[in-house]
Design a protein around this ligand. Sequence first.
Ligand code: PLP
Length: 371
Amino acid sequence: MKRIYLDHAATTPVDKRVLEAMLPFFSDFFGNPSSVHSFSREAKDAVNAARERIAAFIGSEPGEIVFTGGGTESDNMVIKGVVYAGREDKNHIITSKIEHHAVLESCRFMERQGFSVTYLPVDRYGMVDPDRVKEAITDRTILISVMHANNEIGTIQPIREIGRVARERGVYFHTDAVQSLGHIPVNVDDLNVDLLSSSAHKLYGPKGVGMLYIRNGVRLHSFMHGGDQEKGRRASTHNVPGIVGFGKAVELAGQEMEAEMRNLRLLRDYLIKGILEGIVGSSLNGHPEHRLPNNVNVSMPDAEAEYMLTELDRSGIACSAGAACASTSVDPSHVLSAIGVPPETAFSTLRFSLGRSTTGEEIKYVLEVLP
Ligand code: PLP
């Protein structure tokens, strides 16, 4: 039976070219980049090359990139690190109701520490209104965190406009770009962001490695204490093969993203049209235009997502009922709830996330099987 992978928002396969770039750094160039002898040199050079490549890709300085253990760590580092650094006179965070749990749970933790958090609502497409952000800012606000693109419904936020509002009021602005980096253009100056999280495994790199962009001048407390790696901002020996893989994945995205976006948009729209026309009463969640090129999120009446997932899996089709990290949750998706989808409809919703290897033939097969 052919197997079709349409869950790229959960994770992507490591591109063979990425794997090839990583392999020498396991056993040949295995040195610790922080050592002083010659064994460390190749590792150090490779980490720096990856840092430079990623910095160039997002329009930052190499010194503004800190390598982390993934998107979750980068998000935690921002919410806790920035807020603690400014706690003498500021104690307020603004975020949205549809953030990833890495941001939301970090915010809830900060609330338990006595900080206050505003969770902004979104419209029916999942958009945050920059005017609502403006209204929510107080003299005590230290940080605004709004994700670039949503992992469930694919909606792309007006980050540049929110960033402008934040800058006018002198508030730090963070965006979680885990789902967008390598899939749509990401430039920290165009987006007016001060901090940006990303993760290699969402763009055909390895799992367990991510990065945080920290604009020069932003004050942030480290919460990983130990050695002075990453200029003391994130202790722990570098994951050299992972970082090399991340760098290579970004290099490939730089070369292939434009063409990939065009192709994925066509396939995405073919799938959306096919479902909406083929399944009576089905509806698309997320923004019809401002959405990731690879995201399809649809509700289908009287069809239980769990049952559909199992049946589709039996037909070789892998997709998701929401975010992978929340797939064991019995609550309806917080994202679907926030855009006004009733619980019974939320439980009959599937997410298909397309990727580099997705073909028109595969989408055609899904459209035959799904109805
Ligand atoms: N933020 C978003 C928007 C995500 O989609 C994910 C992963 O699904 C994360 C953060 C967490 O990233 P990681 O798996 O690298 O910890």
